[in-house]
Design a protein around this ligand. Sequence first.
Ligand SMILES: [Zn+2]
Length: 442
Amino acid sequence: MILSGATVVTSLDPVRIAARDVCVEAGRIAAEGGGERRDCSGCLVVPGLVCAHTHLYSALARGMPYALEPPQDFTQILQRVWWRLDRALDPDSIRASALVGGMEALLSGTTTLVDHHASPNAVDGSLDVIETALRSLGTRSILCYETSDRDGREVASAGLEENRRFAQRVRKEHPPLARAMIGAHASFTLSRETLQACADAARELEVGVHVHAAEDLVDERDAEVLHGTRVVARLAQAGALDSRALLAHGVHLDDHEIGLAASANAHVVHNARSNMNNSVGRARVAALGPFVALGTDGIGSDMFEESHAAYFRLREDDPGAGPDWPLARLAEGARFVGSAFGERRLGKLETGAPADLVVLDYAAPAPVSESSFPGHWVFGLGSRCVRDVMVAGEWVVRDRRLALLPRRFTGRRQIVHIAQGHARYGPGCGRDVARHRQVVAE
Ligand SMILES: [Zn+2]
């Protein structure tokens, strides 16, 4: 496969541009090649984008009926919206959510999803359901189950067991597009024993812990009152803080916690839109150091939109922040995924790297160069430009349509509509969706 005629952004951090054909062979960028030639004249080719923290289970929640008093704070948002929704999930709605979320990700140029899943009444096998759905679309993923004591000890044990089972399966079978982490909800819903068990499992299975950390002040207050320490110190004491760990949000981390995370080389995932939506506060992203990636926390998976919002949020306080900042954050997400897959070149379009890439149809009104590309990213480019997407050398989107529709879903007209980019959500939008909304409403 040869992609010809494009301007190729071979690296997002630092930005590197080459005007040459991209050759793909056996799933990787190759120095030379033959076979099918895809005309990409006038297009930009960029590395596939990574959403480093999401919740696919929320994909069907937009506009869902809501009958309770409106939540007034973060805890009430969890109690009245998300924990009600996740308790209503069953294998069918988990599958439908993963398909919808996975389709939208690919159509917006996001090739890897790092998901944090919860379905307390359908724990066993839930990660397999998501893995199968995403594999059928060709989406790369790192999956985990968010272990929590919020639904009792039994569900907490089941959650941990689901993580262990899936991580063992991944270790044994090495599926080409999926990796595992040990998921934990957040310090304030984890007992000492459960957190310790998560950390032990992660160490034993040689994967990282994926946990919400200091998203709201309530997480820090809980850790201080019940455990006499702050969230990141608590994670460190349990042995959950290492270079494979993923800390989502980190809004209320103090300097000592930032130091702990940095010295462990742990990654923090910044979710700017979610933080604003939940009124949890502003993450001190400039103080968090280089190991910061970007996630959506379940608000879709459009990393153009997310990186723009993160940039403008940063600029509100810091007019000196440059447009290369969101690109460096996206590159950091790819570095994290690359280390989980043992692919240090992932996120770069250089010889030997996995061929995860996006072809952008962008009529640049001003020259694109290494110095101007960040400005084009923030002020011009968007997911509307995504024409083709490739994951591990396979086309997953061609001409703005999904290339690999799961066969057994092709009969479902509404799912196909969503796949074709005509997402419509309403009462007549598919049996799974309607039934799921009904369950949540009740
Ligand atoms: Zn989250």
